[in-house]
Design a protein around this ligand. Sequence first.
Ligand code: PRP
Ligand code: URA
Length: 217
Amino acid sequence: MTTPAQTAAPKLTVADHPLILHKLSLMRDVRTGVKEFRELAGEISLLLAYEAMRDLETEPERLSTPLTEAEFPMLSGKKLALVAILRAGLIMADAMVRLVPAAKVGHIGLYRDPQTLKPVAYYSKLPQDIAERRVFVTDPMLATGGSAVAAIQTLKDAGAQSIKLMTILSVPEGIALVHAAHPDVDIVTAAIDTGLNDHGYIVPGLGDAGDRIYGTK
Ligand code: PRP
Ligand code: URA
């Protein structure tokens, strides 16, 4: 018998708030240097987190304000984990820990082979209790989708059960691949671009996110 959870359609949220779109346009601009690019990626990550974490549970807690005593909402439910896909996803997770300082942080090292465009795994370090946490995977670019699919599989193999993928730029191909491989994983992105060029780069895109964040090209 199928349960509602098994049949629910995978969810895609495009957080196309004017502030996010403005900052993303600045990131796209080829004239934007490393310092500003990093700052913009961090700021957009915070705004995306606002959307991605909208359904976090709260429960009332009795508190005293300077004036009175009453019940106020406090975060409850599963604890959080932020998992960065290296390298570029690190900038997003680093920004987001300021919002959720108690979150544990995991790292999955993947790079995309330039010829095959397939992800090559080189590192994984995840919180031991990942199965009990709500996991937010961060990577600014969802291109072919191979890296995200592989990272999510690594998380599931480690026991993760509640996973959201947060990206800054996506293309339909990548979204479709993630949803086909992991229909239980919701995606939150700032924008969906037209498609990929012959080298697997997002067009119009913003270039190589890792290189622009770390100044390696
Ligand atoms: C980029 C990006 C994603 C991946 C997306 O990483 O940060 O992880 O490409 O491409 P895909 O959807 O086609 O898999 P990259 O391989 O350039 O590694 P880096 O972050 O270490 O530079
Ligand atoms: N990875 C990037 O960094 N940029 C792209 O456009 C595609 C994959």
